[in-house]
Design a protein around this ligand. Structure first.
Ligand SMILES: Cc1cc2nc3c(=O)[nH]c(=O)nc-3n(C[C@H](O)[C@H](O)[C@H](O)COP(=O)(O)OP(=O)(O)OC[C@H]3O[C@@H](n4cnc5c(N)ncnc54)[C@H](O)[C@@H]3O)c2cc1C
Length: 396
């Protein structure tokens, strides 16, 4: 970022920005109370009705340009939508990926691909919810991934395995990162990876198998096995071998949006904790009168506010087309930690009742813990700060 860039130059909004959108999202969320999410979790079911309501209101197409049937809103508006969903006690994990992975198609897809897919994604006719990057043996070391895509005539044949591919059983399309040139034949390890838009329905049972993973939260996440799945060559996004760059490109938006969810979670936890602390009387006074209860909630609130400002700056830089990686990474890390501190304070404030499912505290507590691990873990963000911001030797 140029040293002279001022906050006001990039238009960082303070306070409740996009108030109409926020109010409308809150109205939708009011129809999906805690009981809805608890019942889904018992069945490991997908929030189909919730996703339908958001799709029909146009919110999942917030970032798709108007010429393709979307709302053409800035990233900050999408962040406000996700923040409100989480602040209302709901969870956007079932559908948030559509917001940021369609950016890869938008930025790097051909005019034909954009015309073919984006309007259908915007209308909800096609669901682009599955993002297959992580693999069981290589983890965060993405360039070492082993899934191969081998060109054969007008198709690529895919062999390999992905893990934690969330929503794959509730998506029509999958954005897949696979190696097209063996690692030993490329100069830089980031080369030779390619991105494909895979039609899940066409491949299922024909070289593609998807198995749900039983996880700590109801995230509809899966393992994906490729054994010769055929992807038409026309479904390659951008140039062969440049896929890693395309995926990295979308990661700042992903970090900013997921962090907005953490901010929303943090607000839910502090609101819920404050209400309980004022109401619950023990030893003849509200527990919130005790500093041991009040201060952790107050501390988490301050951390949430600070992280929110950094994220607003990151979103404004993103919108202005300026480098935003530093703020997106730091904002994501701080938001996930602030949300976790709020979760801990809320859990402790509720005492034993924090463990009662009907309070939703334990569900949200489990859900918000994920944000320190996915989509990027705290250590990897610290490694980024150490190397790219502070100039220390690369640690990974
Ligand atoms: C519920 C859920 C949903 C997910 N959804 C998706 C999805 O839809 N699509 C997808 O592609 N992935 C998804 N993921 C995967 C997620 O992005 C990864 O789990 C995450 O990036 C961490 O990678 P890993 O689990 O392989 O951890 P690893 O890379 O194995 O790391 C394990 C731990 O070691 C630390 N570590 C590793 N290397 C270093 C180092 N050099 N220095 C310091 N610490 C280090 C990490 O920070 C981490 O804490 C999901 C994961 C979960 C749990």
């Amino acid at each position: 970022m140029a040293a002279t860039t001022r906050i006001e130059d990039i238009g960082v909004a303070l306070g409740e920005d996009f108030p109409e959108i926020r109010a409308s999202v809150r109205r939708i969320c009011a129809s999906f109370p805690g009981a809805y999410w608890r019942e889904l979790e018992e069945r490991s079911a997908y929030p189909t009705e919730f996703v339908k309501a958001l799709t029909e209101a146009g919110y999942l197409a917030a970032l798709i340009p108007e010429e393709y049937g979307g709302a053409g809103l800035p990233l900050r508006a999408a962040a406000a939508i996700l923040e409100e969903i989480h602040a209302a006690g709901c969870n956007a994990g079932a559908c948030h990926a559509q917001m940021y992975i369609m950016g890869t198609v938008l930025r790097h897809g051909s005019p034909e691909q954009k015309a073919q897919y984006l309007p259908k994604i915007a209308s909800g006719a096609l669901r682009l919810q599955a993002f297959a990057v992580t693999e069981p043996t290589t983890g965060t070391d993405t360039t070492q991934l082993k899934t191969r895509a081998v060109r054969q005539g007008d198709h690529y044949l895919i062999h390999g395995q992905k893990v934690w591919t969330s929503r794959a059983l509730h998506s029509d399309l999958m954005l897949l990162l696979a190696r097209t040139t063996p690692a030993e034949q490329v100069k830089k390890k980031t080369e030779g990876l390619s991105v494909f838009l895979l039609d899940i329905r066409a491949c299922l049972g024909k070289g593609l198998e998807i198995k749900p993973i039983k996880a700590m939260i109801n995230h509809n996440t899966t393992e994906v096995f490729f054994d010769g799945a055929r992807v038409p060559a026309e479904n390659l996004i951008g140039e062969e071998g440049k896929g890693f760059k395309y995926i990295l490109d979308g990661m700042n938006a992903e970090r900013i949006l997921v962090a907005a969810e953490a901010i929303g979670d943090g607000r839910w936890f502090t609101r819920t904790a404050v209400a309980y602390a004022k109401d619950r009387v023990v030893f003849g006074r509200p527990i919130g009168q005790n500093q041991g209860i009040q201060f952790p909630i107050a501390h988490a609130h301050a951390e949430i506010e600070a992280a929110d400002i950094l994220l607003r700056k990151a979103a404004a830089l993103f919108q202005a087309g300026l480098p935003c990686g530093d703020d997106a990474n730091m904002g994501k890390m701080l938001a996930s930690e602030a949300a976790w501190h709020a979760a801990e304070a809320c859990m402790q404030t509720h005492g034993g009742f924090g463990y009662a499912r009907e309070y939703d505290v334990e569900r949200k507590w489990r859900e918000t813990r994920l944000m320190q691990i996915a989509p990027i873990s705290t250590n990897l963000v610290l490694g980024y700060i150490g190397e790219h911001i502070l100039g220390m030797p690369r640690s990974y």
